[in-house]
Design a protein around this ligand. Structure first.
Ligand code: LLP
Length: 418
């Protein structure tokens, strides 16, 4: 459920007309709905009410400061994967004791920053990282709380680029060698092993892989208990999918219920790291039609948004629903919706049946709230677009549109040296 809907032939974001927002803020434009973010967070978080839990929103999905603040105010913790994400989370007022830090390649300065902030825990992905954290914590006179990320070798049945829990993935430690890794963690003076972590993939549309992973993790936890380790946190990662097209992912309440059944009564705090399920359908990308052209074999709708603004269709072949902002009722054509970038892979949709559109008209690309702006770039020297957060009848400029000056700002000092 989201709050982007047509009323009287016009697309609204909550109480504001998308056309008016584009008049004011320009195109392309990311528009987020605060009400939708709140609703999704509430639906997810309340699904786990039966468990001692902490919902750590996965910052990588949409890291705009406004969004982080909105969620932090609802009690969310954060799952971060870089010093940059830590910086954003702290800026947005997130309580550091609700931050977990995942990722295979944490750098020394990032580890130091997280220890200074006194985050809840590091999700450690290798023995080498464990030793590095121990060394840095020692130098700082601190003890680092950690979980080891276990790779349970479960097939999440999703796109190979976003499947992370298979043995061949670069993530985590395989379950066989993890016991020795915990024994090592227990020995290290500046490490406190407090949890177990796993994340098997993203855009999962069935609960079964989660439950399969959970069973393996729970069996593993028993071994840790036998080793005398007191595991207080069980971090199950993120990954619950959303509807982009025809997918029918489980509702968060069903997901929560299934996990609650398995975990109720266990003396552990459960951590969840949802990203897409909170942010995905809370945002749209609006783009203006520049030109249309009919080739011999194809028709193209050329829009001002491109793969640098939303890379998911190009990178994963992902489907995003596209519709007119102001439907005109014209007959449908099969078209490719493409951007201005000089790559054949620059498209937002391929072979899509869309009503005929004319230049100057607006299209909405749905489900763009997660992994949309955060994966955007300046490719082809295109300034990154503006982001707006709509809250009722209020439009907040969440990020101003970049200028040409922004494009060269970090480079221009070289001109004096060459
Ligand atoms: N926790 C960890 C350790 C993760 O690696 C991820 C996502 C999440 C949580 C959040 O997963 P979610 O609930 O959003 O599925 N760019 C891709 C998705 C990459 C996901 C990477 N990890 C896409 O656009 O589909």
């Amino acid at each position: 459920m989201h709050f982007f809907e047509h009323r009287g032939g016009e697309l609204y974001a909550e109480d504001l007309r998308v056309t008016d927002l584009v008049k004011e803020f320009g195109s392309p434009l990311y528009i987020y709905s605060a009400k939708t973010f709140r609703r999704h967070f509430e639906a997810f978080d309340s699904a786990f009410a039966g468990l001692d839990h902490l919902t750590c929103y996965s910052v990588k999905a949409n890291s705009n400061l406004c969004i982080l603040k909105l969620l932090a105010e609802m009690g969310a913790g954060m799952d971060i994967v870089s010093g940059g994400e830590l910086y954003r989370a702290l800026k947005a007022g997130v309580d550091p004791s609700k931050i977990v830090y995942s990722g295979v390649g944490k750098r020394s300065y990032e580890i130091e920053e997280a220890l200074t902030a006194d985050i809840l825990m590091f999700n450690v992905e290798s023995l080498a990282e464990l030793e590095k954290i121990n060394e840095i914590a020692g130098n700082m006179g601190k003890k680092a709380r950690i979980s080891l990320r276990i790779n349970p070798d479960v097939d999440p049945k999703t796109h190979p680029y976003i499947a992370t829990g298979l043995k061949k993935a670069k993530f985590g430690l395989d379950i066989e060698s993890s016991l020795a890794a915990y024994a090592k963690a227990k020995e290290l003076e500046h490490i406190e092993p407090v949890g177990i972590d796993c994340h098997i993939g993203s855009q999962l549309t069935s609960i079964d892989p989660f439950l399969e992973a959970l069973d393996k993790i729970m069996a593993f936890r028993d071994k840790l208990t036998a080793m005398g380790l007191d595991i207080q946190y069980l971090d199950l990662g993120g990954g619950l999918g959303i509807t982009y097209d025809e997918e029918e992912p489980p509702h968060p309440s069903a997901f929560g219920e299934a996990l609650t059944q398995k975990l109720a009564g266990l003396p552990m705090k459960v951590i969840l790291e949802p990203g897409r399920v909170i942010a995905g359908n809370s945002g749209i990308l609006v783009t203006e039609v520049l030109y249309t052209k009919g080739g011999e074999t194809k028709e193209f709708v050329i829009v001002d948004g491109a793969m640098n603004d939303l890379v998911r269709p190009s990178l994963y072949g992902s489907f995003h629903r596209i519709g007119e902002v102001t439907p005109k009722g014209r007959p449908e054509h099969v078209v490719d919706v493409v951007g201005p970038i000089c790559e054949s892979g620059d498209f937002l949709a391929r072979e899509r049946s869309l009503p005929a559109v004319e230049s100057g008209e607006l299209l909405a690309v749905y489900s763009a709230g997660a992994y949309g702006f955060t994966m955007s770039s300046n490719y082809n020297s295109r300034p990154r677009v503006a982001e707006i957060l709509v809250d009722g009848d209020q439009a907040i400029l969440a990020r101003r549109r970049e200028t040409y000056e922004d494009l060269v700002e970090a480079e221009k000092s070289c001109l004096d040296k060459i």
